[in-house]
Design a protein around this ligand. Sequence first.
Ligand code: ZN
Length: 250
Amino acid sequence: MADRDSRTYIRVHDGMDEHPKIEGLSDAAFRTFFRGLFYSSRQRTDGLLTDAAWRNRGSARSRRELVDAGLAHPPGYECPHPECPTPPRGHVQLHDYLDWQRSAAEIAALTQKRSESGRKGGKARATRQASAKQTPGQTGSKVEAESETDTETSLRSVGTRVRGTRLTDDFTVTDEMRSWAHDQGYADRWIDAATASFADYWRAQPGQRGVKTDWPATWRNWLRREAERGRPLAAAGAGAGSSTRPAWDF
Ligand SMILES: [Zn+2]
């Protein structure tokens, strides 16, 4: 990889193609999936593609394959993973995108951070250049990339600040949220039980997995999923608290 590189990259696990959801894909669908990832990273859409962009990335058949495999979600699809957003009308959401790929906020924060350190110039850049064995004298105003390892580290530290928060102990269901839940036909007792399992699950998630940018949205997704499963109240969390999800669990 080039020492100095302002392009963005997607992250791909080297066991990805062995996952059952991927293993069964045709070559065309595999390509379409990757083109979706590329597009979303470059356009910073957090895994969301407009129908037009989606159509341009593969044939109807390969796109259908990805939807059927649960790798691309059309509007109305409720992913079993509560952290996977439901796309708005006219869009497709790539499954678990933000679990693996950089969010738009992460990329923007890193870009800004590099730009600022570039303007300050001097010591920081000299240090980077020395450690990266780069030639001196290049402009500091452009976006700079360190080695991939350094980049990953920067992204993580920036992302923790920008990307979201962990669920706080005082998380409560606001009147607005409850009113939304009533509109879905959920009863108060059911809402409270589902909220309790929601809180248990997310507080048990380690590190970045337990960090979200929009807790009310995550909560709404959780309730929809619980309702779809039709879980009895008493069991509403019993099986959902799995915090031992494997690292590449489509
Ligand atoms: Zn999903």
